[in-house]
Design a protein around this ligand. Sequence first.
Ligand SMILES: *[C@@H]1O[C@H](CO)[C@@H](O)[C@H](O)[C@H]1NC(C)=O
Ligand SMILES: *[C@@H]1O[C@H](CO)[C@@H](O)[C@H](O)[C@H]1NC(C)=O
Ligand SMILES: *[C@@H]1O[C@H](CO)[C@@H](O)[C@H](O)[C@H]1NC(C)=O
Ligand SMILES: *[C@@H]1O[C@H](CO)[C@@H](O)[C@H](O)[C@H]1NC(C)=O
Ligand SMILES: *[C@@H]1O[C@H](CO)[C@@H](O)[C@H](O)[C@H]1NC(C)=O
Ligand SMILES: *[C@@H]1O[C@H](CO)[C@@H](O)[C@H](O)[C@H]1NC(C)=O
Length: 433
Amino acid sequence: MKELSFLSLLLPLLFLSTAQGLEPKCESQDQDSNLKVYHVYSHCSPFKPSKQLSWEESVLEMAKKDEARLQYLTSLVAGKSVVPIASGRQIIQSPTYIVRAKIGTPPQTLLMAMDTSNDVAWIPCSGCVGCGSTLFDNVMSTSYKSLGCQSPQCNQVPNPTCPAGICSFNLTYGGSSIAANLSQDTIALATDSVPGYTFGCIQKTAGNSVPPQGLLGLSRGPLSLLAQTDNLYKSTFSYCLPSFKSPNFSGSLRLGPVAQPIRIKYTSLLKNPRRSSLYYVNLVGIRVGRRILDIPPSAFAFNATTGAGTIFDSGTVFTRLVEPAYTALRDQFRKRVGANATVSSLGGFDTCYNVPIVSPTITFMFSGMNMTLVPDNFLIHSTAGSTTCLAMAAAPDNVNSVLNVIASMQQQNHRILFDVPNSRLGVAREVCT
Ligand SMILES: *[C@@H]1O[C@H](CO)[C@@H](O)[C@H](O)[C@H]1NC(C)=O
Ligand SMILES: *[C@@H]1O[C@H](CO)[C@@H](O)[C@H](O)[C@H]1NC(C)=O
Ligand SMILES: *[C@@H]1O[C@H](CO)[C@@H](O)[C@H](O)[C@H]1NC(C)=O
Ligand SMILES: *[C@@H]1O[C@H](CO)[C@@H](O)[C@H](O)[C@H]1NC(C)=O
Ligand SMILES: *[C@@H]1O[C@H](CO)[C@@H](O)[C@H](O)[C@H]1NC(C)=O
Ligand SMILES: *[C@@H]1O[C@H](CO)[C@@H](O)[C@H](O)[C@H]1NC(C)=O
C-alpha cells in the first residue's frame, strides 16, 4: 500500500485553493450532536494545498508553526480571556481541524476552525474588508443583532469602543489585526440550534493568520461555546482526531454528555488560574517500552503561580516536553532503536533515521491513567519511506513556557473526552471515522 505522507499535506496557507465548501463527495449531514471533524488539509477540505512542497520543506514549515503555537499558548495569562495578545509579538497560528457550523436565519454554512485552547468565536461578516470570499451575510439573517456597549458581554471584550453604540473592538491574532463588532445570532451545530450565540463579527482584517471561515473556541472562558451552551452541552464534549495518513480524514466532535463512551479511562482535569482557558492534566511519568524514565518531578509539576504543567491541545501538531523529560525520552528511544542506526536531524526533530527501525511503544503516565501510543502516534515517515523521525520535541527553553503540550498527532485515533463538570479528561483508543 502506498503510504501518504501527511507532512506533504501540511503546507502553508499561501497555497490554499479557492473553493469554499467541503468537496462535494464529502458532503453529508452531521447527525445528532456529532460534527464531522476534517483535517484542514484533508481532501474534503477547501483549504487543502493546491501545490506540494518537498517533505523536508514541509517539516520545517510545521516546526515553525508549532513554535508560534507554543508562543501563543505560553502568552495566555489571566485577565485576558478574550484575546491573549503578547504586545507587539507576531504569533502565527493555524488551527488544524475544521467543523461545519450553520449561522443565522435562514442558516448559512461555514467551515470553522476548532481550537481547544481558545475561548473566542469569530465569524467573517458581510462587508468585511480583507476577509476571504466566504462570509456570513448578516444582512440576510433575520436573527442577527449587534450588541451594544451596555450589554454585559461587552465587558469580556478588550478595550471596546462604541461607535454608534455598537460594542466594537480591535485585536491582533497572529500577524493579523482584526476589527469586529460583538454580535449575536443563532448557530446550529449538527442538529442542535443555539439561539443568541455571541461572537465577534469581523469587519476588517489585515494579515493572513485568521482562519478563513472563522474560529470556534472550545476552551472554557466566559464567552466560549461551552460557557454559552452550558444548559445544552453541560460543558462536556469529546473528539476523535483523524490520522493525517487516513485518506478519508474525518473524525468527530461530539457535544454534550449524551452518547459519550462509557468504557474510557480518566485522569483529573485541572484548571490553572495563570492560564485559565487551557485544559491541564497531571502527567506523572513517561515509559518507553516497559522502562519508566528517570525524570525529575519538577519537569511535570503543576504550578498555579507560574502556569507550569501539562495540557492537551488540539492546535499544536507535535508534542512538546520540557527539556529533561524530552531528553530522557529521546535517549531511551534511541537506545531501544539501537546503536547501529545513525541518528540524523530534520528541522525541529533531532531523532531521525534513514534506515527502517523497530520502534518501542511510548506511554504517557497520567495520574490514574496510562495512555500508550502506537508508532503511528509518534513516528513520521517521508513520502518515499526512507526517513523516519520521532515526532516530538523539547519545549522552548524559556522560563515563561514550562509547559508540556500533548499535541494532536499524539491524540489521533483516540477519543478525548473533556468532562468539565466532573473535572476529568478521558482517553480511549478509537479508530476515527
Ligand atoms: C459594525 O459596527 C459599525 C459601527 O462601528 C457599523 O457601522 C456596522 O454596520 C456594524 N456591522 C455589523 C455587521 O454589525
Ligand atoms: C480599530 O480599527 C479601525 C480600523 O482599522 C480603526 O478605525 C479604529 O480607530 C480602531 N479602534 C481602536 C479602538 O483602536
Ligand atoms: C473512504 O470513504 C469512501 C466513501 O465515503 C469509502 O468507500 C472508502 O472505503 C473509504 N476509504 C477508506 C480507506 O476508508
Ligand atoms: C511555583 O513556582 C514558584 C516560582 O518558581 C515557586 O516559588 C513555587 O514554590 C512553586 N509552587 C509549587 C506549588 O511548586
Ligand atoms: C551492528 O552492525 C554490525 C555490522 O552489520 C554487526 O556486526 C553488529 O552485530 C551490529 N550490532 C548491533 C548491536 O546490532
Ligand atoms: C501505569 O503504568 C505503571 C507502570 O507500568 C503502573 O505501575 C501503573 O499501575 C499504571 N497505572 C494505571 C492507572 O494503570
